[in-house]
Design a binder for this molecule. Sequence first.
Ligand SMILES: [Zn+2]
Length: 126
Amino acid sequence: MHEVAVVSDLVSSILEELKKYNVKSVPEVTLVIGKLTNLGHEQIEFAYGVITRDSVLEGSSLVIEEEPVCVNCAECGYDGPAGLIDLGYGEEHSVPLLSCPECKGPVTVVSGRSCFVKCLDIVEED
Ligand SMILES: [Zn+2]
């Protein structure tokens, strides 16, 4: 499972960061996950629960913010959300279209590939 490796890396970097503080508990961790990473939110939550067991992060609630896919077109200057191919299973399962919604030209993906820790809610020891 791809998610386990990704979450494992994120958790290691969080634990590294937490060494700077006298942490009592961490009520909440917010992650930003780009839609193009193809990481499943349920799998991330599951992996997070397993990986953080017996660490200071155990029991913290995980908030996942999805980063939408945005593209930039050199042909017509379009800069905004990518078009979506609707497969008929609802918004969540639609596939981003990596060509310009305006002129159908090739585009550069400017967001949607992120995978990072956005914020940590830390309670410090007195
Ligand atoms: Zn264009």
